[in-house]
Design a protein around this ligand. Structure first.
Ligand code: PLP
Length: 376
């Protein structure tokens, strides 16, 4: 069965009891136990809930994994996966990582004795050089946020395997529709399901998927112990969002490509960062490890004033944080997603005050382009 069909027919798409084409929302905290010596499949919704369970199994199918976990946010998923590490462990992570991930690694996990080195993963040698005797994990995010830098996943995984590291990847930008890192050898795939998986800007959620029974039991221990679980209602919203994943990803990518090509021709645009453009440095690598280039792109204007002007004038684009929804969103990384990174470090990474990030939605692309045109 092909992937597009599997999104809708994967064994978990309907309620086996009634045949309902939409899995029910089991809005319950607890379950009656008929026999205390032999508790049933479900006993308490932090540990497991049928709606969340159905979502988790669906997520596992989508990422071609065997164990899926749904969390109350993408950050809960990332934090819970990092929490399988122990004091004294060291992580090597992508340097232009999601701002929240940077913050949790540098201001929370380091307090517990789990430290992180950040490297530019477009050069695999940088990973190798950052590995220490106590390094236990590799944390990738690619294409990275917000500059869409591409890491050679198979190359990074080869290093991780050789050095005995657990590899984790934040696959939010590609969504499982375009990229399935477990097939490339990655151990744990993480998502902010708030973005493309949910797709409608109406739910905060996160996911983690693995094929390893051992890693799965460590993740489940944290999920159940910390309890940052996704509620039944929100699990259902994600199940509904997933049904249109393919249509959204294809159409949003299509428009993103047209917008990138248009931006490229504008004299007031100094740089366009979209891996779908053949001259993007990561174009060929991404093409070899994913089936698409996604719907997020960034660009730099000639001056910071013009970036401000665009944000003030746009009417179709919503100026907001977040991405991956059906509505097009324009965001300003320096003041939004990456505000927690110190200014000097941010500028060094190229996240300047003339950088704008776009998440392309489902509006007519002509309207999206016209709205960005601020030549006068
Ligand atoms: C939004 C985002 C996160 C965090 O997810 P939340 O659902 O907001 O907690 C992590 N990684 C990436 C790449 C994101 O875009």
């Amino acid at each position: 069965m092909k992937y597009g069909t599997r999104i809708l027919h994967n064994g978990f798409e309907l309620d086996p009891r009634t045949g309902a084409l939409s899995f029910p929302i089991y809005q319950t905290s607890t379950f009656r136990q008929e026999d205390v010596d032999h508790p049933g499949e479900y006993n308490y919704s932090r540990s497991s809930n049928p709606t969340r369970d159905t979502l988790e199994k669906t997520l596992a199918v989508l990422e071609s994994g065997t164990h899926g976990y749904a969390f109350s946010s993408g950050m809960a998923a990332t934090s819970s996966c990092l929490a399988i590490l122990r004091q004294g462990d060291h992580v090597v992570a992508t340097e232009d990582i999601y701002g929240g991930s940077y913050k949790i690694m540098t201001s929370f996990f380091d307090r517990l004795g789990i430290t992180t080195s950040f490297v530019d993963m477009t050069r695999l040698e940088n990973i190798e050089e950052a590995i220490r005797p106590n390094t236990r994990a590799l944390f990738l995010e690619t294409p990275s946020n917000p500059l869409l830098k591409v890491t050679d996943i198979s190359g990074a995984v080869a290093i991780a395997k050789r050095r005995g590291l657990v590899s984790m990847i934040d696959n939010t930008f590609m969504s499982p529709y375009f990229m399935r890192p477990l097939d490339l050898g990655v151990d744990i795939v993480i998502h902010s399901a708030t973005k493309f998986i949910g797709g409608h800007s109406d739910v905060i959620g996160g996911a983690a998927v693995t094929r390893s029974d051992e890693l799965a039991s460590r993740i489940y221990f944290v999920q159940n112990g910390f309890g940052a679980v996704l509620g039944p209602q929100d699990s259902w919203l994600l199940l509904r969002g997933i049904k249109t994943l393919r249509a959204r990803m294809e159409m949003q990518q299509d428009s993103a490509m047209k917008i990138a090509q248009w931006l490229k021709r504008q004299p007031w645009v100094s740089d366009v960062y979209y891996p779908g453009l053949p001259d993007h440095p990561g174009h060929e690598i991404l093409k070899s490890q994913a089936s698409g280039f996604g719907a997020v792109l960034s660009f730099k204007t000639d001056t910071a004033e013009r970036a401000r002007l665009i944000m003030k004038r746009v009417k179709v684009w919503f100026v907001a944080v977040s991405l991956g929804g059906v509505e097009s969103i324009l965001s300003y990384p320096a003041k939004m997603s990456h505000a927690s990174i110190p200014r000097d470090e941010r500028e060094r990474l190229g996240i300047t005050e003339s950088l704008i990030r776009l998440s392309v939605g489902l509006e007519d692309v002509e309207d999206l382009i016209e709205d960005l045109d601020v030549r006068d």
